[in-house]
Design a protein around this ligand. Structure first.
Ligand code: SF4
Length: 224
């Protein structure tokens, strides 16, 4: 990885963020939830090793059956497992959802807490889901280090490309994004990572970041 000053890295990431904003003016979460913010927690948990499209489908009958955290806290595990089965890892996910909904109801009166520390006490909630909730529900600027953000951070040259370390990505990008909304950048990164900079074949020839000289991966590939 080429050494770059903190100021230069911040300037480059800001420029990347602005170009992605031009491409995707609306930065929306790919998980489509409505109503109670607890639903985004549920969908975030279901999205582990599952596509967002599948989670969006499963969410419809799921929230019709369990519209609130209190209802899910009292769910019959077998019934809940059957509903979330299409998302994979269904036993673990159903168990986490019941326990998290129970804690949310008993300790927080059914309302999501607004701190990382408290969110992490909910079963099945790790830093990725907590950052998603803090950004989308509470309007904070948080780096959601999902598979797309980790890959893009590596290709852009902010973190080692061969290291899939979400915490490193979060800790590296957060201070560089003080003037940008990190949560919005992460939502745009999902779209960009699906359409242009895909895991298998990044389309550098049609990428504005390549043209603007902002991506280390494309710089390297040009000289190899
Ligand atoms: S230049 Fe290539 S590797 Fe870099 S962001 Fe664009 S598509 Fe991805």
């Amino acid at each position: 990885m080429r050494r770059e000053s903190r100021a230069a890295a911040r300037e480059r990431l800001t420029a990347i963020s602005r170009l992605l904003r031009e491409r995707y003016p609306t930065a929306e979460c790919a998980l489509r939830y409505e109503g109670d913010p607890w639903r985004l927690l549920v969908m975030g948990r279901l999205s582990a090793q599952c596509t967002d499209a599948r989670v969006n489908e499963v969410a419809v009958p799921l929230f019709a059956r369990y519209p609130t955290a209190a209802a899910m806290a009292a769910a019959d595990p077998r019934e809940l497992e059957a509903l979330v089965r299409p998302c994979g890892l269904f036993r673990t996910k159903a168990r986490d959802l019941i326990l998290a909904s129970r804690r949310l109801t008993e300790v927080y009166g059914g309302r999501l807490p607004d701190s990382m520390e408290e969110l992490l006490t909910l079963p099945g909630v790790g830093r990725k889901i907590a950052n998603l909730l803090l950004g989308d529900i509470f309007g904070r600027s948080c780096v959601v280090a999902d598979t797309h953000m980790i890959r893009l951070s590596g290709r852009w040259g902010f973190t080692p490309e061969d290291k899939r370390d979400p915490l490193l990505v979060e800790r590296t990008l957060t201070p560089l994004l003080s003037e940008e909304n990190a949560s919005e950048l992460c939502h745009r990164a999902v779209l960009f990572g699906r359409e242009v900079c895909t895991a298998r074949s990044p389309d550098c020839r049609h990428c504005e970041l390549c043209r603007a000289g902002l991506c280390r991966f494309s710089e390297r590939s040009r000289y190899e």
